[in-house]
Design a protein around this ligand. Structure first.
Ligand code: GAL
Length: 432
């Protein structure tokens, strides 16, 4: 992912790291105290703390996601028995419903104490709106900047200041297949598709056999599909260039990729808008469709004979989604929020969570042996592949641009918009 150019202003992570490296511990502490005081003077006054509790807002409300969330909650309760946990989860994959509720709560001046957010553009928008407070002192206490991979640290920082604690990193570009359905369609169930064309030929064959080639759900899963088709056709550099302005979204190759997306959408179930991701993946689990595209959070929901592979043409790419927690300005229980954030920043917590969630820990100091088979292989991919940010999951482009793309994709799926409108929405998405 493209990195920001920074001046390393005082108080930023890089500034503090430089000071530490230069062996200026004491001076740095004194300087930090001055900076902290200055920040405290200029920051909005914290809300009063009433009671020891924390209201935690997420969209991990059911199924495997809830089980993984329970791991965080159990660890929090063990580490902070004196702080009450209040569950404010709002159901709906990828936070599509939760984000609307969160926006309303900010508008009403009633933010939760801490909330789930994606790194990258989504977090940056919350920072620009003045909704979240810097977490520099918490990062210092935990020593987080020393244990986060640069791309992850970058995704939770704005102008070098950290604003969220990352808890995991997901791989978004995976394809899942029910090998029994492939066999029924006369396809080799062990085949791997290394290009979009070979996969599209397989979709044709499944359709010709009278079966559903690709299960899909409501609009965010369709944008997720668009994302991996773009990545496959354009490659990581041009794909990432769509968001940092170095690639032309109206180029013939982008237009052709969007045409491919439109063709693939014709191979999906018609009742897509009534399904969330768990329902769409369920169709493949139950043998009612051959393939589904979904991030590795689906690891925990599939059973044999379903297998996974990188989305065709993206084997060397890790299209990442970073899950993080931020702390609103003006929340009622800031100390409760700090307690929650310190738990989710912990190594053992992140390892347990990654194993339950089908992700890798955000921290890079986990022992390989502490990770299950999938997170261990995902960690290898993360360390060796080209990393790009997810569009559908808020990392790549600002919320407004993702909304515009989502609307265009939804209209295209319903037959009321052309691929040109999707291309136009993509052209409005660069932000860096
Ligand atoms: C993503 C999130 C994942 C997973 C997924 C489906 O946006 O980063 O952790 O929850 O949505 O809900």
């Amino acid at each position: 992912m493209k990195r920001h150019r920074r001046q390393d202003p005082p108080g930023t992570l890089r500034w503090r790291a430089r000071i530490r490296r230069a062996g200026m511990g004491r001076t740095a502490s004194a300087l930090l105290a001055v900076v902290a005081t200055a920040a405290a003077c200029s920051a909005p006054a914290p809300a009063t703390t009433t009671g020891r509790q924390v209201e935690v807002f997420t969209w991990w409300a059911s199924g495997a996601e809830k089980l993984a969330m329970d791991v965080l909650v159990q660890r929090f309760r063990a580490e902070h028995p004196d702080v009450g946990y209040v569950d404010a989860a709002v159901a709906g994959g990828a936070g599509t419903v939760a984000k609307g509720v969160l926006a309303a709560r900010f508008a009403d001046g009633d933010p939760p104490d801490t909330f789930q957010v994606h790194g990258g553009a989504e977090l940056t928008a919350q920072v620009s709106a003045g909704h979240v407070r810097p977490l520099s002192s918490l990062f210092d206490q935990v020593g987080l900047e020393d244990v986060l991979p640069p791309v992850v640290l970058d995704s939770v920082s704005v102008h070098g200041v950290p604003y969220a604690v990352p808890v995991d990193v997901h791989r978004t570009n995976l394809l899942w297949a029910n090998t029994d359905v492939l066999a029924q369609a006369g396809l080799d169930p062990t085949a791997r598709y290394d290009s979009l064309d070979s996969w599209m030929a397989a979709l044709d064959q499944v359709r010709a056999a009278g079966l559903t080639p690709l299960a899909i759900g409501s609009t965010w899963t369709q944008v997720h599909l668009l994302e991996v088709v773009l990545l496959s056709r354009l490659g990581p550099t041009t794909y990432a260039g769509l968001w940092d302005g170095t690639a032309d979204a109206t180029s013939p190759e982008v237009k052709a990729a969007v045409e491919d997306f439109a063709r693939i959408m014709q191979d999906t179930n018609a009742d897509r808008d009534s399904l969330d991701w768990q329902d769409a993946t369920g169709r493949v689990n139950e043998g009612r469709a051959a393939f589904v595209v979904m991030g590795d959070w689906a690891q925990e929901v599939f059973d044999p004979p379903v297998v996974w592979a990188p989305f065709p043409g993206t084997a060397d790419v890790d299209d990442i989604t970073v899950d993080a927690f931020a702390a609103p300005v003006g929340a009622v229980h800031p100390t409760g929020a700090d307690a929650w954030l310190s738990t989710v920043a912990g190594l053992d917590t992140q390892v347990a969570f990654a194993n339950a969630k089908g992700a890798i820990p955000a921290r890079n100091d986990a022992l390989q042996t502490s990770l299950g088979d999938y997170p261990r292989s995902a960690l290898r991919t993360f360390r060796t592949a080209t990393v790009v940010p997810s569009l559908a999951h808020g990392m790549a482009a600002p919320p407004q641009a993702v909304d515009d793309i989502t609307r265009a994709v939804s209209s295209l799926a319903r037959g009321t918009a052309s691929t040109a409108q999707v291309v136009a929405a993509l052209a409005g998405a660069s932000w860096r």
